[in-house]
Design a protein around this ligand. Structure first.
Ligand SMILES: [Mg+2]
Length: 384
């Protein structure tokens, strides 16, 4: 196995530019994480002094206004540091960025925004190195195949029918619905969905941390008859390990989580805990390729399904696809939001065939971003 740290390719960065894309929603949606009033994404463009260019993405889904702050962190903290010296490769740059930002991260208590900003830049640096080496990132990082599983992810359970119907037509063979709060409100939808997709298509549920600890096992069992492939984030990620163990022992399906694990130790502990049947770190939230490649190999080696979390724009989706392929997970699956998402769908189109996506052999992330299309959605990054 190629170790990611051994892939060296000198980087001298000339510019690091965040772009915020925002599309207001006609009907805001209330979630356990707050009101969603727009589709929003922070994309990062990195250019080297040799004229090379790469794209990355910084997680900013909640709260929506956090996108502006993260873009300013890229401009004011990450960019000046990255331009100040050269690096032997993206892996070295990633660790150097974390080290350089460590004191302000601790002082501000803002681990999330800083980790996400660094992750987005790391993705862009790997895009550059992939293009330079004329290889797709999945292959550069040791992946054996560019064909990956993907599952259709829905932001709700009510009104799922047309989305699942269309998803089946598009080629998806697994679907995840949301189940915020007591499953009694959702179980009819799951029963209908199971009848609709038949016994051979996977169904999953995502509770977004909304089950009270004392009810978690009982509520998980309410889904017993619909045979879920996994139940995601039934309880908050920072619940005591004993609560997770109790849930895992008492639930009739695999326990999933990981999108809110934003440091190496937390992901390593979860991997070794025996609790999780599915782990879902989000590489635009923490780690990029440099921070998550080794961890994904550890997850796969434990027999845990590696299913990268992704609910955002084109660079994040492509990067997650490459990471999954590079992990060589035999049963991993990429989250793919099934509804129209302009910052993703206007820039990339990927066919789903029998539940799988072909990433392809184009160098780097294998995508380009049309500047004129970006202009339609671009909002200003605060000057500060
Ligand atoms: Mg989730």
């Amino acid at each position: 196995m190629t170790h990611i740290a051994s892939i060296l390719s000198t980087l001298q960065v000339e510019s690091v530019t965040p772009h915020i894309l925002r599309i207001p929603l006609d009907k805001p949606v209330t979630t356990p994480m707050g009101v969603v009033d727009s589709t929003i994404a922070v994309l990062v463009n990195v250019k080297t002094t040799a004229g090379e260019e790469g794209w990355g993405e910084v997680w900013c889904n909640f709260p929506r206004f956090g996108a502006y702050h993260r873009a300013v962190i890229v401009n004011k903290v990450i960019s000046p540091f990255l331009k100040s010296r050269s690096f032997a490769g993206p892996y070295e740059a990633f660790h150097a960025m974390h080290k350089a930002a460590n004191v302000i991260r601790l002082q501000s208590g803002e681990t999330g925004p800083f980790s996400a900003a660094i992750a987005g830049v790391d993705i862009a640096l790997w895009d550059i190195v992939g293009k330079r080496e004329k290889q797709p990132i999945w292959k550069l990082l040791g992946g054996k195949s560019g064909s990956i599983q993907a599952y259709g992810s829905l932001g709700r359970s009510k009104g799922f029918e047309p989305l699942v119907e269309e998803g089946l037509k598009r080629g998806f063979r697994a679907f995840k619905l949301r189940c915020w709060g007591n499953p009694d409100q959702h179980i009819d939808a799951y029963v209908k969905a199971r009848a609709m997709v038949g016994p051979d298509v996977d169904l999953m549920a995502d509770a977004n941390s909304s089950f009270p600890l004392e009810n978690a096992v009982e509520w998980a069992n309410k889904f017993k008859d619909v045979k879920l492939a996994f139940l995601e984030e039934a309880i908050p990620v920072d619940s005591p390990l004993d609560a997770w163990k109790t849930l895992s022992a008492g639930a009739p399906m695999r326990i999933a989580g990981g999108e809110n694990m934003i440091d190496t130790n937390t992901i390593t502990t979860a991997t070794n805990s025996g609790v999780y049947g599915v782990l879902q770190p989000d590489m635009t939230k923490f780690g990029g390729f440099s921070g998550l490649m080794d961890l994904s190999h550890q997850i796969v080696a434990k027999g845990i399904r590696f299913c990268p979390h992704m609910f955002s724009a084109a660079p994040g989706l492509m990067a997650s696809a490459h990471l999954l392929a590079a992990s060589n997970s035999p049963d991993g699956s990429l989250e793919y939001g099934i509804e129209y998402n302009p910052p993703r769908d206007e820039f990339i189109q990927r066919e789903v065939t029998n539940g799988r996506i072909e990433i392809g052999d184009a160098p780097g992330l294998g995508m380009t971003l049309d500047s004129a299309k970006m202009d339609k959605y671009r909002v200003a990054v605060p000057a500060y």
